[in-house]
Ligand binder design. Sequence first.
Ligand code: TRP
Ligand code: SF4
Length: 404
Amino acid sequence: MGSESASRRVLSGMRPTGRLHLGHYHGVLKNWIALQHEYECFYLVADWHALTTGYGDTRQIEQHSFDMLVDWLAAGVNPAAAAIFIQSKVPEHAELHLLLSMVTPVSWLERAPSYKDMQARLNDRELATYGFLGYPVLQAADILIYRAGNVPVGADQVAHVELSREIARRFNHLFGSEPGFEEHCQAAIRKMGRKAARLYGSLRRAYVERGDGEALERGRALLAEQQNLSIGDRERLFGYLEGGGRIILPEPQALLTEQAKVPGLDGEKMSKSYNNTIELREPLPAMERKVQAMRTDPARKRRQDPGDPAKCPVFDLHKIYSEASTLKWAADGCRSAGIGCLDCKKPLIEAIAAEQSVMTERGKPFEEQPDLVHRILQEGAERAREAARETLDEVRASIGIAHK
Ligand code: TRP
Ligand code: SF4
């Protein structure tokens, strides 16, 4: 991750699909966990998003939310560091969604890749609804209401983050010019202290007058490290630095894990709908049986047939779990038929088991005392609402409906 945004906030979410699997862990959750101590993180259960496609049967949403939350906590998402909450408990998201919907062209939503895809895939449901069309607007509201710069997601969500950027840009363009902008900026610059103020001024001129991109980067870094600026002032100065108006809703960017896709038991991408998953906190014997039955290079029909690790999903899992020496042992043994597939799978099973046992232990108290989870959610929602309200106040004011 070399290109994080200057914003110190992170937001991400998942629809409540119930128990999670290794694909979720290595594809997204690990990233959430890595970010939580360095950034101010907000992680939400997107129950409204679940409704956009699942309004016809809502019986499982609460149970699925709980199961998923226990998996987050078991995997190491830490409620002391990150705010963990349910989307629908922060109604401010709905207000921002409404306001963003005023400026979002329908054509942007119709050409979102997930729109036609999902309608085709879930063709037993009526998805020509207002709510489903607005799925990405709701997601944009989730992100923008925290002014989150970074959004750790799986590859399937990148298009949604891109659309959030476009919506933010349009919003800023429409509402970012406030009366007295220049004066506000000058006052904010003075708050930085003389030295930083002078540097800011020269970096701004270097960018606005000469298009010096490096000066822009340095200016952004300078603003990011200022302690005396309110969020509003900081966003003004970000906009002013670029020669534009005020940035009310900063553009977020997606953060992807470096992890190659996690293969499922059949070699396809691991996914609940393919029924090829290893769950987090799966009981040891079940996990063991699954890996033992996992597909290997079809060339190795018999023990003495050599194989090619590049054609084997087990080897892809090894790449996630095993050190270089084990990888070499497996690859050499595969090509020379020096080891059998069950031998090869053994250290892999051990590595997964070690990871699983930590998660099982960590998850236990939450599973046994659901109230612990409820308390975490309540506290998370309070933290989230505080941050959300601050943005909404500015959003209303910038639109001109503060009515104060
Ligand atoms: N759409 C995401 C998914 O299906 C879930 C989600 C909702 C989300 N709001 C978000 C992800 C905001 C990132 C940021 O997984
Ligand atoms: Fe796959 Fe290992 Fe068997 Fe080779 S030896 S086919 S890498 S499981």
